[in-house]
Design a protein around this ligand. Sequence first.
Ligand code: KG4
Ligand code: ZN
Length: 358
Amino acid sequence: MKILGIESSCDETAAAVVENGEILHSSVVHTQIDIHATYGGVVPEVAARNHLEVINPVVRLALANAQCTWNDIDAIAVTNTPGLVGSLLIGSLTAQMLAFLHNIPLYPVHHVEAHVYANFITKQSGFSQEKLQLPVEQPKFPLLALIVSGGHTQLVLFRNHGDFILLGATRDDAVGEAFDKVAKILGFPYPGGPSIAKAAEVGNPRTYSLPKPKLDSPYEFSFSGLKTAVLRAVQHEVGVDITFPSHKLSERLTSAQRNDFAASFQHTAVDILVDATTHAFAREDVASVVIAGGVAANHELRTHLANRLPIQIHYAPPQLCTDNAAMVASLGYYFSREKSAINPLDIRIAPRLTMTAR
Ligand code: KG4
Ligand code: ZN
């Protein structure tokens, strides 16, 4: 069963063709990073307009790269929640129109759940433009997923496809958001995750001691205190008080100090994630551990978690960790085995919705 996935929930316009949730035929991602970098973050209105401009060419390219015509596509899966209203609308309305026009079943899927399904893509057809380093096998159930992105940080235990419980989530900022905000303080470009990770490679993680949150539940997360702790430590380091404009702080730091702050922050953020995941692994019945979402591209997170767990962890190649439509198409396949397609005219978007079991 070949599914066309469509993703537009934030600042990536993406389309992909995946067969049986497992074989990647094509994956096209048009990122708006350069457009939003000028503003230091995603501007929703600008994102929606850009999705509208590129979504049809992106879908056409995904089909062409997979050497598919509409006759080869068995279903369409689209992210309809959560995300930016305008952005979600463009993808959902495009999917609605295409499903209606070509008389193809339509499955709306949850973006955060879809991130986990990047790990179910283990094969690549000969059509694929770019050879990805895919995992050798699919994860097994019960599956513990650490989902870490710009909007979400949560630990989810999947008993099977569509059958999961949320063990814990962040109380405030998502970890990716903390990477982005700390990067801004330190004067690194948007998105902060990759630039902090790069700076951290040459920084010393032991230079600045940053606090880890103390929460009632071992599965809960909090990153807003860590972000503020970095801000206060930088202010202290350069000798200014809290009224000093934060966007001017980085000018007063040396390059070595910026790298050391990046390394110290990343080390603490990764430690928080690894502590909660190892705790859940010890307490729950778990066959596989998966990390998913944009922050799962972080090398430090991958190696630290791997070192602390007695089993091999699963992660997708970086291109499938950040937002893409292949993960949407993969989840769409499993979704189609459990739920019937919707009437395309009934598709609704939901900017905020927690993932719920089916
Ligand atoms: O999953 P994603 O592409 O979009 C959301 O659904 O949010 O995640 C984007 C987030 C951003 O906050 C970005 O800074 C972070 O993932 N990110 C990283 C890395 N690559 C992307 N964080 C840490 N290390 C990375 N290598
Ligand atoms: Zn995402």
